[in-house]
Write a protein that binds this ligand. Sequence first.
Ligand SMILES: C[S@@+](CC[C@H](N)C(=O)[O-])C[C@H]1O[C@@H](n2cnc3c(N)ncnc32)[C@H](O)[C@@H]1O
Ligand code: SF4
Length: 452
Amino acid sequence: MFVPKSEIITKLSANVPRYTSYPTAPNFSPDLGPQLVEKMHASIDNGGALSIYIHIPYCDRLCWFCGCHTKQTKSYIPISYYVETLLEEIELHRKALAHSPEVAHIHFGGGSPSMLKSEDFNELSKKLRTSFRVTEKTEISVEIDPNDMSDDMLVGLQKIGITRASIGVQDFDPDVQEAINRPQTFEQTRDLIEELRSINISSINVDALYGLPRQDMNRLNNTLEKVISLSPDRVAMFGYAHVPWLKKHQNMINDQELPNIEQRHQQADFADQFLTSSGLQKIGIDHYATPEDSLTKALNEGTLHRNFQGYTTDQCNNLLGLGASSINQYDGGFIQNTVPTKQYKAQISEGKFAANRGYELTQDDRIRGYVIERLMCDFSFNFDDVAIKFGDTGTPIIETAKSVVLQDSDDLCWIGNGKFNVSADKRAFTRIVASKFDAYLSKQNSKFSKPI
Ligand SMILES: C[S@@+](CC[C@H](N)C(=O)[O-])C[C@H]1O[C@@H](n2cnc3c(N)ncnc32)[C@H](O)[C@@H]1O
Ligand code: SF4
């Protein structure tokens, strides 16, 4: 991949969203939320299969880099109460639905779901299975912090039929780990993956980061060599999002130790070359997968999607978000649950849904959301597809595409063969290109992270 000149990198380093939804969560309105829940249930009742996301907002230590909704706890008591609340929340949804929908995917995310005791995994699984139609085809995935590894956790994962695990690595270098408060040896990570494979959790994703304090090419190279030696099916190679104005604990990271924007570019580029030359296929802006993996197949078939969990093969129109801060997605819009766990628990225990903020999609949002998703997945969108999907209402976005190309002095994009395309050597700037189709960005761009 061609590394753009430093001036271009600096010029294009504006803060932009990661586009895991459009509009993005900061645009959800505090005036909407509970009112949309009924519409969401109607959409689930009328829709096909459902996907479920369960958020566990607890960790036993806080990594300084972390951008997730989580908090530290040394005690299991708050987690026990939280699981009870999740069970009540599932029951509220079960009662509100006319039918029991088939479930395509269940994802336990966090925070660290790997902190859950096996009995709690079991209770949640039982409740999901008695409330919805979980079948043999249902894919069940979980995010695991290797520091939580225990026999009890492995028993829990095996019992509930986990099919895919995502392992947080970040970086294996002890000096980098010290700077981010994330001690984790290669050996414990390797042992965990071996244990997971021995209990038939055969699909393994590894999360790694570039742009971390004290990271340099040599350290990144060593980490990636170790990552590849684990034979992961997927690797997520995220750029560290340094947003201390949103995540106060990131102030523990010494700004002076962070790579500058040009070094970040070089690291992203190096990781990209390393992972692709190791036989992995690049998926979207920051994922890599083996040629046999379902993400690669979806990319090749043009059915790759992007949702709040990142790149996915999930085709469901409805995503039920359970737990504090979780986002529900339905045909007509989005609903985010209350973020503070105390308030979330209070709402559910009063027998109310925890819906806090929401958004109802307009036709313009759907069209912009469609082209942004295609750009993030395929680096292009096809004008005929827009016309087939949206008819005449799609015409303005094609005009927008033409004017984006006209105003583009950095050769980021071009139009040809009936498609709007991100230039092959500028794919690192895809978030910037996507942002040109975002009607809301100018109102709140400073809240986001660097595009690379
Ligand atoms: C919920 S966390 C991981 C699960 C588990 N708690 C762990 O740390 O292993 C999901 C992933 O988000 C990524 N992540 C967290 N904070 C980030 C940040 N500030 N910038 C970029 N990626 C981040 C990390 O790679 C992390 O593995
Ligand atoms: S990175 Fe994972 S373990 Fe670390 S604080 Fe965030 S969610 Fe918890």
